[in-house]
Write a protein that binds this ligand. Structure first.
Ligand code: SAT
Ligand code: MN
Length: 608
């Protein structure tokens, strides 16, 4: 079938010439049976989810327990981001930098075109117009995802503003600037061939073309590889836009804190995937009188406002949270969000009465269907849910969403937290001396690897600003961009920077700090530091709270554990220095001299 005869090519709901010619070109290459333009309506959702139930991809959950919600399990080989298959295809290799896989853009496009040729045969090609960030932004960031996966269409409806509401913007003055994002599961169907519940391909490519602002993804149906508005656009491509336009696209949650005096503070915080961003974003403070509201749990776009402060917007529309460990104690607000339904659950377990379950959730089910679609009982030696299983749910359902979450102006950020998952060395909280020192903290932060990406579980790696897997350009240039942002600003108006670690452990492996809602005690201290009212001790690595400066009222954690969590151990830090030097060696020639200066100053303070 040629593109001209593909049903749907001629009734496009847009006059955007670039979009029309791209859709035609992709249809010619991938030869789908038909084209559907997604409008984002309830009727479309019904149609699409019914199709997925029929195909065996979705199981509808019990309407009384999780209304309008579905359970899906993936191919067991398609459960996480694939970093070794992720490429930044800048024209020059140096612009991708030492931390990204690179291939020449023409070479990559040739490989992918071969794979894409005929890859949608027997399937429908969906065209999803979407917008990252509020639709009424001054400079709305548009995208269009082409995909042959109904699972992707349904997920994009939760995670982005998509469909008919975006069409007027695509036909507007900046409509031609949309980011084309092409996705295929890479599983064409021969006539009469039965589909599988989770089509995908062993060969996977997640590729980005930063200069031309394009995304081409092949072979995976999993979240970060396939919902191209998220990591691919809102971090990798947007980080390049941000560098060029003087703003920041970061892997950060956005949290609103309200003091007992009703003063409002906004905090952004960067943690690697599966290190508790969603839990912190929906925090229920344990400190009396303090309240918290959510703006975002994964991505922050920060631009300077007219008043010289940094304003953050969450470009997303939904939460794509890690399910295991989420429960009524660790994150009651996430539980309340998903309870309202309208959600997708991927790779969790299914209960016999068609609800969902995962490790860490309340209840002791005696029988489940595991994420591998197998019978599961408590004596099973395998987890019922995959460690990277996810819930996908609308932000608007969150009971503590801040009323301003959809405001195109964004919210003024007072503090930025960097944090990783470290058993040792890194204390509970450290305040940076200034923006450049804070940039150094972010640039050298490290974390143990989690299940959010394939391979290497538990290994400590440097994950600068939690952006290692999400940077669209050279990491050295990225550090310089952070330094420049600091220089371009009125210092007094910049957010204060803190480095936190909720995950330090004692000799017997127990966590020294209780975490979750108790993290509000640390947040309270950071705010009191901004207000100039809390005490701190200056150490080699920065300012840390005096033990009495942390509000520990009502906390039953042993005092010596808290002291151990907060301790700055000079010997441990001396042991960290060669690791930082090795990392800076890897960053290479583009490492800003200011970051080297910070390292030398730290060594001096440590007496090295
Ligand atoms: O799959 S995602 O990349 O969206 C989730 C994550 O790894 O943070
Ligand atoms: Mn993330």
């Amino acid at each position: 079938m040629t593109a001209a005869t593909v049903p749907g090519i001629d009734n496009a709901p847009t006059s955007n010439a670039r979009l029309l010619s791209w859709v035609r070109e992709v249809a010619e290459l991938t030869t789908p049976d038909r084209i559907e333009w997604c409008e984002g309506s309830d009727a479309e959702w019904e149609r699409m989810t019914s199709r997925l139930v029929e195909a065996g991809t979705f199981v509808k959950l019990d309407e009384a327990k999780k209304p309008n919600s579905f359970w899906a399990v993936s191919d067991p080989e398609d459960v996480a981001r694939v970093e070794e298959r992720t490429f930044i295809c800048s024209a020059e290799e140096a612009d991708a930098g030492p931390t990204n896989n690179w291939m020449d853009p023409a070479e990559m496009k040739a490989i992918l075109k071969d794979l894409y040729r005929g890859c949608m045969r027997g399937r429908t090609m969906y065209v999803i117009p979407f917008c990252m960030g509020p639709l009424d932004a001054e400079d709305p960031k548009l995208g269009v995802e082409i995909t042959d996966s109904e699972y992707v269409v349904c997920s994009m409806r939760i995670m982005t503003r998509m469909g008919a509401s975006v069409l007027p913007l695509l036909d507007g003055p900046t409509g031609e600037d949309f980011v084309p994002a092409l996705h295929s599961v890479g599983a064409p169907l021969e006539p009469g061939q039965d589909d599988v519940p989770w089509p995908c391909n062993e060969t996977k490519y997640i590729t980005h073309f930063p200069e031309t602002r394009e995304i081409w993804s092949y072979g995976s149906g999993y979240g970060g590889n396939a919902l191209l508005g998220k990591k691919c656009y809102a971090l990798r491509i947007a980080s390049v836009m941000a560098r060029d336009e003087g703003w920041l696209a970061e892997h950060m949650l956005i949290l609103k804190l309200i003091s007992p005096e009703d003063k409002v503070y906004y905090v952004a915080a960067a943690f690697p995937s599966a290190c508790g961003k969603t839990n912190l974003a929906m925090l229920q403070p344990t400190v009396p009188g303090w309240r918290a509201e959510t703006i975002g749990d994964d991505i922050a776009w920060m631009r300077f406002g007219e008043d010289g402060r940094l304003y953050a917007v969450n470009p997303e529309y939904g939460f794509f949270g890690v399910a295991p460990g989420t429960n009524w104690k660790t994150n009651p607000n996430a539980m309340r969000t998903i309870e309202q339904g309208n959600s997708l659950f991927t790779n969790v377990a299914l209960t016999d009465d068609r609800d969902v379950w995962w490790e860490g959730l309340e209840g002791e089910p005696q029988h489940l269907t595991s994420w591998k679609n197998e019978d599961w009982t408590p004596d099973s030696d395998q987890p019922a849910a995959h460690p990277n299983s996810r819930y996908c749910t609308p932000i608007s359902q969150c009971p503590v969403v801040a009323p301003e979450w959809n405001d195109p102006k964004g919210v003024p950020i007072s503090a930025i937290l960097f944090g990783g998952r470290r058993k040792e060395t890194v204390p509970l909280v450290t305040e940076a001396r200034d923006w450049q020192h804070g940039t150094f903290m972010g640039a050298t932060m490290s974390s143990e690897k989690t299940a959010a990406a394939a391979g290497g579980l538990g290994q400590v790696r440097r994950d600068p600003m939690a952006m290692l897997p999400f940077l669209g350009y050279n990491v050295g240039d990225y550090f310089q961009h952070w330094v420049n942002i600091g220089k371009s600003a009125d210092g007094g108006k910049l957010p204060k920077i803190f480095y936190v670690n909720w995950f330090r452990r004692g000799a017997d492996g127990r966590f020294l700090w209780p975490g979750f809602g108790e993290n509000s005690r640390v947040l309270k201290w950071t705010i009191e530091r901004m207000e100039g009212s809390a005490a701190a001790t200056e150490t080699a690595i920065g300012f840390v709270p005096t033990v009495d400066a942390l509000d520990l009222d009502g906390l039953d954690t042993p005092r010596e554990d808290i002291e151990a969590a907060m301790a700055v151990d000079v010997e441990e830090w001396k042991a960290e220095i060669p690791l930082i030097e090795e990392w800076f060696e890897k960053v290479g020639a583009k490492l800003p001299s200011s970051m080297r200066d910070e390292l030398e100053a730290l060594k001096l303070r440590l007496g090295m």
